[in-house]
Design a protein around this ligand. Structure first.
Ligand code: CTP
Ligand code: CA
Length: 227
């Protein structure tokens, strides 16, 4: 019913959204993670489904599945997420990487629980693979690839740099240090940047409204590339 009432401007499109912070194992019970709640990713999945898209949601968090979402893939680590996203990528009209993917993981993982008596003075970290770079390098013609940039300093400059470096079509820059925005909030404030240098500011609002602005920018981009 909701879908019938939606704008229908994404009917027939396949949209993949990632959501949440990845969890990188230390041992059988402990993980390293980040403050991402997954709410912005879920709002994007909900809005894309509402507009008639066939939505795949790849998620690290267990939240209610938004109405109309076609497929949910549960993952934990950055490597799991890569394994879920990369084989599905070539098929998608739109990929939105809203997930906060860990940059580092524990270099070794104990397959049992480390007891406190054994001591754990330091955790050696190893870099994860940035698969958004791969998605940008192998992007099919016409696909719209959207990244997120969570920043605390030089928000727009850092985001522009990521957009170029990862060959993205849009980047959603998020000042996670500003009041009421980003991690662990129901609200967000973003700047949506395009490769031509145009930036659209979305002032502090609910995450569904941010999702609407991001998908409006996606549809506008598609209009431009097919025209
Ligand atoms: N990303 C990814 N794989 C990683 C790290 C990030 O796919 N291993 C994606 C995120 O999902 C996001 C985008 O890349 O859409 C930007 O992530 P961000 O953490 O802001 O950028 P980094 O390039 O990791 O730079 P830094 O954390 O140093 O700011
Ligand atoms: Ca990062």
């Amino acid at each position: 019913v909701e879908r019938v009432l939606g704008p229908n401007d994404m009917v027939g499109q396949k949209v993949l959204v990632t959501a949440g912070g990845t969890r990188e194992a230390i041992d059988a019970v402990r993980v390293v993670t980040n403050r991402s709640s997954g709410k912005q990713g879920y709002a994007l999945a909900a809005e894309a489904a509402h507009r008639g898209a066939h939505v795949t949601l790849v998620t690290t968090v267990d939240r209610p599945v938004p109405p109309g979402v076609a497929e949910v893939v549960a993952v934990a680590s950055a490597a799991d997420m890569q394994e879920a996203v990369v084989p599905r990528a070539a098929d998608q009209d739109v990929i939105i990487m809203a997930a906060a993917v860990a940059d580092f993981r524990p270099a070794t993982v104990a397959d049992r629980k480390i007891k406190k008596g054994e001591g754990l003075d330091a955790i050696e970290l190893a870099p994860t693979h940035d698969f958004l770079v791969d998605l940008g390098a192998t992007k099919p013609h016409g696909q719209v690839l959207v990244g997120f940039a969570a920043e605390t300093d030089d928000v727009v400059d850092n985001a522009r740099d990521k957009l170029a470096r990862k060959n993205l079509d849009l980047i959603v820059a998020n000042d996670v240090a500003s009041e009421g925005a980003g991690f662990e909030h129901d609200t967000n404030a973003v700047v949506i940047l395009t490769p031509d240098g145009v930036g659209q500011t979305v002032p502090l609002t609910d995450k569904r409204t941010v999702a609407r602005a991001v998908l409006d920018a996606v549809v506008e981009r598609q209009g431009r590339t097919t025209a």
